[in-house]
Write a protein that binds this ligand. Structure first.
Ligand code: HEC
Length: 136
């Protein structure tokens, strides 16, 4: 009987340890983590190995405020219908890696930094897209 009790408490301990370890395995899978990382990256003034200008130096988050590029206040909503056949996420990604593919009405081509697609990692681009998708 004592052995059985010992075995049972050992099993209980083991399951507690396993449960504790399992909880930490969800990082980096998008969601809130990606949004928080994307916001922090978006707000940096200098980014990438070539010290490119950061997004916030040209884009404001306040509605209708133009710094150099258009305000991103409702960019998630704008992105949904910006290009027929393209999802909001696809449009935002393309606007970052290939800025001249679609020019926002009223703004000049060739002004947005053109090499983010090479300078930034896939994750850095994904995180920014995740953040921009929250700006409905
Ligand atoms: C040097 C200034 C500059 C910087 C830096 C810059 N942009 Fe832009 N961006 C522009 C301009 C100008 C436009 C409008 C012309 C066009 O469509 O390319 C634009 C357009 C966009 C658009 C499309 C907006 C719309 O209303 O459809 C998105 C999305 C965007 N930028 C995201 C970013 C992100 C993300 C970054 C940082 C990685 C960034 N931009 C950095 C100048 C800039």
């Amino acid at each position: 009987m004592r052995r059985l009790t010992l075995l049972l408490s050992w099993l209980l301990l083991l399951s507690l340890v396993l449960a504790a370890c399992g909880g930490g395995g969800q990082q980096g899978a998008g969601g809130d983590d990606a949004v928080a990382r994307g916001k922090a990256l978006y707000e940096k003034t200098v980014i990438g190995p070539n010290s490119a200008p950061g997004c916030i130096t040209c884009h404001a988050l306040e509605p209708d405020k133009v710094i150099v590029g258009p305000s991103h206040a409702h960019i998630a909503t704008i992105a949904e219908t910006a290009v027929p056949g393209m999802s909001a996420a696809e449009y935002l990604r393309e606007s970052i890696v290939n800025p001249d593919a679609h020019i926002t009405a009223g703004f000049p081509a060739g002004v947005m930094y053109q090499n983010y697609g090479k300078d930034l990692t896939e994750q850095e681009i994904n995180d920014r897209v995740a953040f921009l998708l929250t700006l409905k």
